[in-house]
Ligand binder design. Structure first.
Ligand code: ZN
Length: 1018
């Protein structure tokens, strides 16, 4: 039983034996006698006729009787309300049909038309313009009184509105009806939820059994049947292609949403995707209590709500208790119905708040997630054989899935519906307790400022990066967090314990030394204050705080990123303040979307903009294509202001045009009487391509999204196109190859060429495919022609950017000399933020970057550099101990029977070589210099990882001595061009705003990357 102490196990067992707390249970209404418990028993009302044909099909498509339950083994008949068959042409879960989103919506709207118990709401659009909907199902009277009920729930959601009056809250909790929000098919190859939810909506609207009526009368069920709508429609295309070509291997769903695939369920922190914002706004707008997200990758029903440790550390324990209650009740009831393979716990940790369901957890609600057993993109019934570890009995899975069964989409729909109905009933029966908890959690989120703290986070008005600061604050606003602004300067005490309180006071070594830290700090007027005495304080705290994942944690397989700390990731200052006097500072709540101030000040025909790493700088470059924009290679002073390296000096644009552009972009431009005398080079607007493989487009999607958001134009090209284009340099200045997954060899080879061609192309069968890119056959990779064309591109002056595995590809396939790649031990770093130091601040790539930038490292990769072509590092570190011999450790050795060495015989002292440095060229190497890289072609290290003691910023770092001080960003001149290598991923999930400039600087100076370079003498 691993790490669950006996007491907890007993507690869980007790919960499992108790379907709900009888003391708190509420019957279906005053009309029903309290002794009547029929609403507890699942099963049909014998007085209501069933839809015979539909019910027959349910049994036909279900492969074993024990894959049914009394809740779904029939369909009630209705004379007026259409069943899903009206739109599907067959029942939900039929083996030949996956409906498009439009068909799902058509059915939901038909339900709305036919039943007063259903209402359909449009909740927004996807990136590609498709509609998202939410369907409310409840009794006629509940739906007629939605607004009044919402007003009650709103008071529980924001206890300040009732003066934190517990008695009034208790009355409201007894009276109000909770909202249970279900979301389906966020992951496109997990295809079952839409039909399950169509049928579920029908059952909830039509079924007259006491069990279902009880749900309908006491709970508002809200359903978004398709979360990833763009991906759903593409998935249905693929299924249609498959049905039309039954003997062919169907194309893999390489694109789901417009930007990302599986990671659409990692966006609940940054809220960069429309689906995230639409679901969050719906969830909070309805004042819902629970968000239940449906997935389909584990047999047969894994309720991972309880999951495994470590739990997210910013949640109220009341919530984590609720997970236990609901999860174990679910397992218990479905086990009672005889359905095998229903379990909880498993190995999912609930540490990261990035999952869609976690929107509820971080906003005082309850997050839930099911993994049922899908068929991976098809609706067909297929024989499935499980891995032994999926079908074995273990402590949390006493009735495991069967090793081998025929499995149907209908089975999957049975499990999904049964699990949800059991949950809805439990929630309806315990609604008062859950509403009281909802109020209590909301109240405790407000009290947090004065109980556990912190009292507030402060974002100073004088942050050198106001653009990134505004970006971060806008995300908090999207999270419905209230933000205030100081109306006068104020002073507060700084915490005296704990390491880093912010990026601002972290030193090169990570800032863990607090002995000499100041005790108070004053903040200027205009500083932003995120008060923690507000209902949604927890999401703010979770995003702004540091994460520490102990290397000794029993959980050895973190499910996702272990660190995220937004202020570090955005490279902005944030102060975690525990001094509650901050709450009395004079301030005003900010109502509008927060923007950095911008515009032109002063007069003159030349303008300077300080390079502070603001990502809007590159937007400005593309926005003013005709302007002459130079970048200063050295810092300078002008008009009484200091300008950093890389600052823009702009001519050839009118003050009014520049004023409009900089106001819009939040950049401050200073007009100057004359351009300053400083060495410059042009800031170009390069022709950019973003390159992808057909093996995976997930991680590069975050890059496309960042480029689109910042209005940086680019061509989106694939490896096959590169193979066909010998003259890449005439089309592009920079080719960015974001992480693509897989080995370098697989980038070249693509997929195996046996079997059939796999088109990714728009056609009559596949109308939703081909929007982003297309090919007649996804299988071929870059090939040797493509490799050759890419190398010619660099040789002719192009810049190739490689990141993580594509950097490795560039190194392995001979694009660079003198660089080696280095992987950390497995599990040493898992999605952590690590501190870097700038090695060469004259490199244009480092312009505007401070010295201690935190970067995202997925697995702790780094580089090594050498002056020798092989890329291996030779030479010692210069501080080795002496050999065994006479005297003490500090004494020289003495050879017996020979005079002491004359100076001319002594070898020169070897210089100490640090892990980020190349060992100096030796005399012996110079004797035959064939392998010595000419000084101007040697790798130039821009950033390195910090020393071991200050390496970890946030998340998991086990050890770290093999990572510390090693190169992270390396610029390699290759003939006329450059290859820029990243061991970190600088563009990740909309969270690494602080490291974007490393990429944009590369673009702006693509033809001057050698600026400021000091060459070795030999
Ligand atoms: Zn999934």
């Amino acid at each position: 039983m691993r790490r669950y102490p006996v007491v907890l196990s007993l507690f869980l067992a007790l919960i499992a034996l108790t379907p709900f707390n009888p003391a708190l249970a509420q019957g279906p209404g005053p009309a029903r006698a309290s002794a009547d418990s029929s609403f507890l028993k699942p099963g049909r009302d014998p007085n209501q006729p069933i839809d015979e044909a539909y019910t027959r099909k349910i049994h036909e498509y279900t492969t074993e009787p024990f894959f049914l339950s009394p809740l779904v083994d029939y369909l009630p008949a209705s004379k007026t309300v259409p069943t899903p068959a009206a739109v599907l042409g067959d029942i939900a879960g039929a083996p030949t049909k996956l409906p498009y989103s439009s068909e799902v919506y058509e059915y939901m709207r038909a339900l709305e038309k036919a039943s007063p118990r259903v209402k359909v709401y449009s909740i927004g659009r996807t990136e590609e313009g498709r509609e998202m909907i939410a369907v409310a199902v409840a009794s006629e009277s509940l739906l007629a009184n939605l607004d009044a009920n919402r007003a009650k729930l709103a008071k529980l959601a924001d206890p300040r509105s009732i003066g934190m009056n517990d008695a009034e809250a208790s009355k409201l909790a007894a009276d109000a009806t909770p909202v249970y929000y279900i979301t389906g098919t966020i992951h496109s190859p997990e295809t079952g939820a839409p039909t399950a939810l169509m049928e579920l909506a029908y059952r909830l609207a039509v079924d007259e059994s006491p069990y279902i009526r009880n749900i309908r009368d006491h709970l508002i069920t809200l359903i978004t049947p398709v979360v990833e709508v763009d991906g759903r429609d593409r998935q249905v295309d693929i299924f249609r292609w498959h049905m039309a070509h039954p003997d062919s291997t169907y194309p893999r769903l390489v694109y789901w949403g417009h930007y990302v695939a599986h990671d659409n369920n990692r966006d609940a922190m940054g809220l960069t995707l429309n689906l995230s914002q639409n679901v969050l706004d719906t969830y909070l707008g309805w004042k819902a209590q629970l968000l239940h997200d449906l997935h389909e990758s584990v047999p047969y029903l894994y309720d991972n709500t309880i999951g495994d440790g470590p739990y997210n550390a910013w949640l109220d324990p009341l919530l984590t208790n609720e997970w236990q209650m609901i999860g174990w009740h679910n397992v218990q009831e479905m086990t009672r119905m005889g359905m095998p393979g229903v379990f909880a716990h498993g190995d999912f940790d609930t540490w990261s708040p990035g999952y869609l369901m976690f929107m509820a957890a971080t906003h005082n609600g309850i997050s839930r997630l099911y993994e049922t057993f899908g068929n991976g993109g098809t609706a067909e019934t297929q024989e499935r054989t499980l891995d032994p570890d999926e079908s074995s009995r273990t402590w949390f899975r006493q009735n495991p899935p069967l090793p081998r069964v025929m499995w149907s989409l209908r089975n999957n729909n049975n499990y999904e519906q049964t699990g949800i109905l059991v949950s809805l009933a439990y929630f309806a029966n315990n609604r008062r307790q859950f509403l009281e908890n909802f109020y209590e959690k909301s109240k405790r989120s407000i009290l947090k400022a004065r109980t556990e703290g912190p009292a507030a986070y402060i974002f100073p008005a004088d942050d050198p990066r106001p653009g990134a600061q505004a970006h971060l604050l806008r995300i908090l606003q999207k999270q419905h967090v209230e933000i205030s602004r100081a109306t006068s300067p104020f002073t507060v005490a700084l915490p005296t314990t704990g390491g880093r309180s912010s990026k601002a006071d972290s030193s090169k070594k990570g800032g863990s030394d607090t002995a000499s830290a100041p005790k108070t700090r004053s903040f200027p007027v205009g500083s932003y204050i995120v008060r923690m005495d507000q209902p949604y304080s927890r999401i703010a705290d979770a995003l702004l705080d540091y994460q520490y994942w102990s290397p000794d944690d029993p959980q050895k397989h973190p499910y996702d990123d272990t660190g995220w700390t937004f202020p570090e990731a955005f490279d902005v200052q944030a102060f975690r303040i525990t001094d509650t006097t901050v709450l009395r500072a004079s301030m005003q709540q900010v109502k509008d979307s927060i923007r950095a101030p911008g515009g032109v000040s002063g007069s003159g025909s030349a303008f300077a903009i300080n390079h502070n790493g603001d990502n809007a700088l590159i937007t400005l470059r593309y926005r003013l294509p005709k302007a002459d924009i130079q970048m200063a290679e050295e810092p300078f002073d002008a008009a009484g202001q200091k300008f950093a390296r890389g600052s823009f000096i702009i001519r050839g644009v009118s003050a009014s045009d520049l004023d409009a552009a900089t106001k819009d972009l939040g950049l401050r431009a200073r007009a100057l009487a004359a351009a300053p005398k400083v060495k410059t080079h042009p800031a170009r607007a390069p022709r950019v391509a973003i390159l992808h493989t057909w093996l995976g487009t997930q991680t590069e999607g975050w890059w496309r999204q960042a480029f689109d958001n910042l209005k940086i134009p680019y061509d989106y090209i694939n490896v096959q196109e590169v193979a066909r284009t010998p003259q890449l340099r005439t089309k592009y200045d920079v080719i960015i190859f974001p992480p693509a997954g897989g080995s370098g060899m697989s980038i070249i080879d693509g997929m195996p060429m046996w079997r059939n061609a796999m088109p990714w192309k728009k056609s009559e069968l596949t109308p939703n495919i081909g929007l982003l890119d297309e090919t007649d056959d996804m299988r071929p990779g870059l090939g040797l022609d493509g490799l050759d064309n890419l190398r010619k591109f660099v040789a002719a002056g192009g810049v190739l950017v490689g990141v993580e595995n594509t950097a490795e590809f560039a190194v392995d396939f001979g694009f660079t000399s003198g660089v080696s790649t280095h992987s950390a031990r497995n599990g040493q770093v898992v999605g952590s933020f690590l501190r870097t130091n700038t090695v060469d601040d004259a490199s244009p790539i480092a312009y505007g970057i401070g010295d201690s930038l935190a970067v995202y490292s997925s697995e702790g990769s780094s580089f090594g550099v050498s002056n020798m072509a092989s890329g291996r590092s030779f030479g010692g570190n210069g501080d080795s101990e002496r050999a065994t011999g006479r005297g003490t450790a500090k004494d020289p050795d003495v050879v017996q029977g020979r005079p002491a060495l004359a100076p001319k015989f002594e070898a020169p002292d070897r210089e100490a070589v640090k892990p980020w440095q190349a060992a100096p060229v030796t005399d012996e190497q110079l004797r035959y210099p064939i392998n010595i890289i000419p000084p101007e072609q040697r790798p130039r290290v821009v950033l390195r990882f910090a020393d071991a003691s200050g390496l970890l910023v946030s998340g998991l770092l086990d050890g770290g001595t093999g990572i510390a001080q090693r190169p992270v960003v390396v610029d390699v001149p290759v003939q006329q061009g450059h290859v820029v290598l990243f061991a970190n991923n600088p563009v990740w999930r909309g969270e690494t705003i602080g490291s974007y400039p490393l990429v944009f600087n590369t673009l702006l100076s693509f033809d001057n990357l050698d600026a400021g370079r000091k060459l070795d003498k030999r």
